[in-house]
Design a protein around this ligand. Structure first.
Ligand code: PAF
Length: 290
């Protein structure tokens, strides 16, 4: 069942092989941890892998650049792909299985069913990326049915994605625990992302402004007690706009448990932003608890 790579890590390409292996583990009462990815793995992904390995008997990583979550003018074709590098990283982490389906395997001819996440998919990133979160929810639902994990691991960097997937798991009774892990950052605070590889030298330097603005917003709330969300957003936008290579898509302050916009600073909050640096759209957030 499936190929065995020379790193003693199962490489599974067929849905039926992945399901058969997961089913066997489940009948043996083995806990399965799952890290879904689109590949081009970096330290952020590997932190999820380590956490899954700590908490489960077996860890499965999927690598699939999911076409249905990219809009027609987005970067599906250019999205970084490095299967060999990814497999090397995963084998040195002694992962049990990697699921690497192709598009035909995930979306065979005649495929037409999809998950609609509703309003939560239309705010924040959803307003400039219509349909994106339906694509994410559809592929994650499929992956959950294929891998049948006990726990699935996602990075906090994609705040809205984590909210969508938590809701998906709850609304559709998946019975998979959704574990959200802290954002892993470069030395200057830039959140690790496969899309950082699009940045040239100047853009890479400029991209540090995202985290700087988030920390400024956090300080306004925590140290200065600012309680008007519009004041915080304005100051953050000013800071972001002072970077010539940056174009702000949005800065929003939302309730962590119910990500609609908030006017007064009361609950645990997520300060979220999306900013274009040159042609590369980056997202980041910080959670403010007090
Ligand atoms: O975060 C990602 O890499 C993707 O959105 C995911 C969850 C693997 C679904 O394609």
């Amino acid at each position: 069942m499936g190929l065995r790579t020379n790193f003693h890590m199962r490489l599974l390409k067929a849905v039926t092989d992945m399901q058969a292996w997961s089913r066997k583990l489940r009948t043996e009462n083995r806990g399965i941890g799952f890290v879904p990815t689109m590949g081009a793995l970096h330290e952020g992904h590997l932190s999820l892998v380590r956490r899954s390995k700590d908490e489960n008997d077996f860890t499965v990583v999927s690598i699939f650049v999911n076409p249905t979550q990219f809009g027609p003018n987005e970067d599906f074709k250019q999205y970084p792909r490095d299967l060999e590098g990814d497999l090397n990283k995963l084998s040195s982490h002694k992962i049990d299985a990697v699921f690497v389906p192709d598009s035909r395997e995930m979306y065979p001819e005649g495929f037409s069913t999809s998950v609609h996440v509703g309003k939560l998919g239309e705010i924040l990133c959803g307003s400039s990326r219509p349909g994106h979160f339906n694509g994410v929810a559809t592929v994650v639902a499929k992956l959950f049915n294929i891998v049948m994990p006990d726990r699935a691991y996602f990075g906090q960097k994609d705040f809205q994605q984590t909210a969508v997937i938590r809701k998906l798991a709850r609304d559709m009774n998946f019975g998979t625990d959704i574990i959200i892990c802290p954002t892993v950052r470069e030395a200057d605070g830039l959140a690790m992302s496969s899309r950082n590889s699009y940045l040239n030298r100047d853009e890479r330097k400029a991209a540090a402004v995202l985290y700087k603005a988030l920390k400024h917003g956090e300080a306004l709330i925590k140290s200065q007690g600012t309680s008007d969300a519009s004041v915080i957003k304005n100051e953050m936008e000013q800071m972001l706009n002072s970077e010539p290579l940056a174009t702000v898509d949005y800065v929003e302050i939302v309730d962590v448990g119910n990500p609609g916009e908030v006017k007064d600073i009361k609950t645990p909050l997520a300060i979220c932003l999306a900013v274009k640096i040159g042609n590369t759209r980056l997202i980041d957030n910080v959670i403010v608890n007090y």
